[in-house]
Design a protein around this ligand. Structure first.
Ligand code: ADP
Ligand code: ZN
Length: 214
């Protein structure tokens, strides 16, 4: 299964990916996580990405396409993959289609996790992530058992630097102008399915799993 998760920042893509990739035995490819890793390691990619990410802006298409090309070509993506956070623009979607054709693959399903804009500010500003394993929490909706510590690995929980009110506003604008038009792109290809992301985490997972069984 080759799957794409779409939805605005804070919709729950990462949270849902954590729930389902184990069940499916496919890698979770989060381009945001790849960028954050590169930035923390200070690689050339990370240094370039930093200028954009720190302002809440999208990293240029060519850079993102390069990352995904490399990642999808690795052996662990052979049995499938879950793409989270890519594509975010029409040129990225077109480049992905070309890349998949050249690898003899195709997208099977695009799942759009929908959440109203008013809720996304609370979701993102209340988000905390594990510094060690990347697990996602929310200070109210999905708190860890011990404050500030990851349930899975006891790592320190931190706030992403782009999860403050001002940057979230920019990221939501980027999403609604550049990424929302992609829904039509996948709808026209008959690949798009929508789930109501405003339900609790388990209910959203249930809906996604039922789509995957069909
Ligand atoms: P995305 O990857 O789409 O940006 P995340 O998975 O990081 O979103 O979720 C954003 C925040 O919202 C996190 O703090 C997460 O714990 C919380 N969250 C995710 N799904 C739900 C849900 N169904 N109900 C309430 N809060 C949620
Ligand atoms: Zn952890």
């Amino acid at each position: 299964m080759n799957i794409i998760f779409m939805g605005p920042p804070g919709a729950g893509k990462g949270t849902q990916a954590e729930q389902i990739v184990h069940k499916l035995g496919i890698p979770h490819i989060s381009t945001g996580d790849e960028l954050r890793l590169a930035m923390s390691q200070g690689t050339p990619l990370g240094l370039e990405a930093k200028q954009y990410v720190n302002q809440g802006l999208y990293v240029p298409d060519e850079v993102m396409i390069g990352i995904v090309r490399e990642r999808i070509s690795r052996p662990d993506s052979k049995s499938g993959f879950l793409l989270d956070g890519f594509p975010r623009t029409i040129p990225q979607a077109e480049a992905l289609d070309q890349l998949l054709v050249s690898l003899g693959k195709r997208i099977d399903l695009v799942i759009y996790i929908s959440v109203a804009r008013e809720q996304l500010l609370d979701r993102t500003t209340g988000r905390r992530i594990c510094k060690e394993c990347g697990a996602t929490y929310h200070i109210r909706n999905n708190p860890p058992k011990t404050e500030g510590r990851c349930d899975r690995c006891s790592g320190e929980l931190i706030q992403r630097p782009d999860d403050n009110e001002q940057k979230v506003a920019t990221r939501l604008d980027e999403y609604f102008t550049k990424t929302a038009p992609l829904l039509k792109y996948y709808e026209q290809k008959n690949l798009l399915q929508q789930v109501d992301g405003e339900q609790d985490i388990q209910a959203v997972t249930g809906q996604i799993l039922s789509l995957l069984r069909d």
